[in-house]
Design a protein around this ligand. Structure first.
Ligand SMILES: NC(=O)c1ccc[n+]([C@@H]2O[C@H](COP(=O)([O-])OP(=O)(O)OC[C@H]3O[C@@H](n4cnc5c(N)ncnc54)[C@H](OP(=O)(O)O)[C@@H]3O)[C@@H](O)[C@H]2O)c1
Length: 275
């Protein structure tokens, strides 16, 4: 049996919910792999976790770039014998009202790339390590959901920041449902769930958008913890609104949409990484 401690990768651990989750999980028996894109901010959170008696290491990557996502996956696979939980938490918000469409260097709409595609790829790459520990994947999604128009998933025609954010969040839920179903069918013990942590927590993206916060970061952290370490996380293919199991947008139940998202995602990865 592995002598490595319980190991959890949290993306976007430098601010808001990710940072709060890391601090709540800090303890001697858990090794936190804290992902950030800025070395200074990531080191600060690592030091906070250590000061609280926890164990933490930092890995850096800009999740807008699939090559960096892959390097992050490589670093996890090379550096850690064990992985118990992947929390796909990093994200960018809706942006300012009327803000123009942005895309990454490969032409993928930015919110789709960061909020969804990076987590899709990380899950794919890290699954073999998670299988060894009966691990969990937690997609931090949102109650803000918009169906994906598969004729224009890059929102070239009708871009709106809110729609871009919400379609990426629904993509995370569709992915969780789809992957959970396939893993269960294959007899894998790995669970995959998605959640809306809480509504308008006072985090970076909410403050940036000018919305008045409604709930606390603690509420969102508690809901996320339930899937990371609690009993709800032993079930699979579920969506939670806070601590309550809930129904996401109906597109998440549509087998055709799941297949289309699977194909779209694999195609985007293939186009950039050639695999
Ligand atoms: N706040 C809410 O009320 C709310 C509600 C529902 C769902 N959520 C979800 O909760 C999750 C966490 O967001 P938050 O509210 O805590 O917002 P936040 O404070 O803005 O934190 C976002 C995190 O994602 C990271 N990130 C953004 N773009 C990145 C990129 N290109 N590469 C790598 N990391 C990147 C940020 O890194 P930097 O520190 O470098 O910026 C930061 O650590 C998101 O998935 C969000 O959609 C939030």
């Amino acid at each position: 049996m592995s002598t490595q401690p319980n190991t959890m990768l949290i993306t976007g651990a430098t601010h808001g919910l990710g940072r709060a989750l890391a601090l709540r999980l800090a303890g001697p028996d858990t090794l936190l792999v804290l992902h950030g894109r800025d070395a200074g901010r990531a080191a600060e959170v690592r030091d906070e976790v250590r000061a609280a008696g926890g164990r933490a290491e930092v890995l850096l990557a800009d999740l807008a770039d699939l090559r960096e996502v892959d390097r992050l996956a490589d670093a996890v696979l090379d550096g850690f014998e064990r992985l118990d939980v992947l929390v796909n938490n990093a994200g960018i918000g809706t942006g300012a009202p009327g803000a123009p469409r942005r895309q990454n260097a490969d032409g993928v709409e930015l919110r789709f790339a960061v909020n969804y595609l990076a987590g899709y790829r990380l899950a794919d790459r890290l699954l073999p390590r998670l299988t060894g520990t009966a691990g969990r994947i937690v997609n931090v999604a949102s109650a803000g959901q918009h169906p994906i128009d598969f004729t224009d998933p890059q929102l070239l025609a009708h871009y709106d920041g809110g729609r871009a954010y919400c379609q990426a969040k629904l993509a995370q839920i569709i992915h969780a449902f789809d992957l959970a179903e396939r893993l269960t069918a294959a007899g894998s013990p790995v669970t995959v769930n998605a959640l809306h942590p809480a509504t308008y927590m006072p985090t970076g993206m909410v403050l940036e958008s000018g919305v008045t916060p409604v709930s606390t970061i603690e509420e969102g952290t508690t809901a996320t913890l339930a899937l990371v370490t609690g009993d709800p996380g032993t079930r699979t293919g579920r969506y939670y609104n806070g601590l309550r199991e809930a129904h996401p947008h109906r597109q998440a139940y549509d087998p055709a949409a799941r297949a289309q998202l699977r194909e779209l995602s694999a195609g985007l990865v293939r186009a950039v990484l050639g695999t």
